[in-house]
Design a protein around this ligand. Structure first.
Ligand code: URA
Length: 200
């Protein structure tokens, strides 16, 4: 039996992290430097889910600390959201070599860890950054350009709110009306309103 399915009552984020750090379930273990489990408030009501660690994340063991992470922090700071009031993780916990997208098999092997993080943190809102996490939660969702900035239901009581991945914003620096940055600025304001309405 998958160890992750042991009774959640005796399971903690720390125990889960210790287990994930030993993971050898897919090939990414052979090229990783660190397992990037996730970070933030264990009591957060908002969880951000990215794709997978990049180079700086692999080196430091922390999620979203490289260029994409700095962009994410900038977006959050524009409405006064800090990392200590949210929880940040990725669909896969080990860096895909060369920053390629994680494949279906890697995602499937890693998914029980994300499932367990969600069960332990129990957020009301999950922000999916880009297509990969959005499609994991909602395989039939349209592409990110169509679906971003909308609230979608997941397993009843949890809401999914897709946003552009911060790397996409780095590649599209325009702030013009209708640009990805402009739309993200609108989206993060909605998140701030949600946090104000449903504090942790
Ligand atoms: N990109 C991601 O999707 N996640 C990270 O942690 C860093 C970059």
């Amino acid at each position: 039996m998958n160890q992750i399915q042991e009774p959640l009552g005796v399971f903690t984020l720390d125990k889960l992290e210790a287990q994930v750090k030993q993971c050898k379930k897919c090939n990414l273990q052979t090229t990783r430097t660190s397992v990037v489990f996730g970070e933030g408030s264990a009591k957060a009501n908002v969880m951000f889910v990215g794709e997978g660690p990049g180079e700086v994340e692999d080196r430091t063991g922390k999620p979203f600390v490289g260029p994409a992470g700095q962009k994410l922090d900038e977006v959050l700071a524009s409405v006064g959201i800090t990392r200590d009031e949210i929880y940040v993780t990725n669909v896969v916990k080990c860096r895909p070599p060369g920053n390629r997208a994680p494949n279906k098999k890697e995602i499937a092997k890693c998914a029980p860890y994300l499932e367990a993080q969600i069960a332990l943190i129990n957020p009301g809102l999950i922000i999916t950054l880009g297509n990969i996490p959005t499609q994991w939660f909602l395989p039939n969702a349209p592409g990110i350009t169509k679906v971003r900035g909308t609230y979608l239901a997941w397993r009843g009581e949890i809401k999914i709110f897709p946003m552009f991945h911060p790397s996409y914003l780095l590649r599209n620096p325009s702030r013009a009306k209708g640009s990805p940055k402009y739309l993200t600025w609108l989206d993060v304001q909605k998140i701030k309103e949600w946090i104000n309405e449903y504090p942790a």
